[in-house]
Ligand binder design. Structure first.
Ligand code: SME
Length: 161
């Protein structure tokens, strides 16, 4: 059993502890699916006000649903489509305060209002994206983006199997 002591105070403290927890559950484990599954669980458990947390993987230059927590979601997303596709195509974090205002947003859960998508990049290749959704508009800010980007860097060599 894993037990983590995650600070619930400031976001930097929360993300410091969450990064350490993600490191602990993935270090030395070569199976990418297992690593994504445990990280999706940690994101879901410790980040407040989410309705979806998980991964899409780059399979043949198309995003394919990976391990996640939340409602069943769209399975395949072309690069360039929606928020996840934009993150994959640009290799840039997408911080969206209101998904209704994002052209091409793909509504997997009608409750979603804010979204944060961070690419996991190895060399010049996107290997996967981390996707967080929230029912609260403007739920995510630059501190959330920075925290998830650190987790994405940690996972660069840990999500392939
Ligand atoms: N809303 C995303 C699709 C994935 S779901 O949120 C899980 C998008 O526009 O890329």
């Amino acid at each position: 059993m894993y037990a983590f002591d995650i600070a619930a105070g400031s976001k930097p403290d929360l993300y410091r502890d969450l990064l350490a927890a993600c490191d602990a559950v993935t270090a030395g484990e070569p199976d990418g699916v297992a690593n994504m599954a445990n990280v999706a669980s940690l994101l879901w458990q410790y980040l407040p006000d989410l309705n979806w947390a998980g991964f899409y993987r780059n399979v043949g230059d198309e995003l394919v649903l990976g391990p996640f927590q939340g409602k069943a979601a769209c399975i395949r997303i072309p690069f360039g489509r929606g928020v996840c596709g934009a993150a994959a195509a640009t290799r840039q974090t997408q911080l969206v305060a209101d998904v209704h205002a994002f052209p091409g947003h793909i509504a997997c859960d009608a409750a979603s209002r804010a979204e944060l998508v961070v690419p996991i990049v190895s060399g010049d290749r996107v290997v996967a994206v981390i996707d967080l959704d929230s029912p609260e508009p403007s739920r995510f800010d630059e501190e959330d983006a920075a925290g998830i980007e650190q987790i994405a860097r940690l996972l660069t060599d840990r999500v392939n199997s």
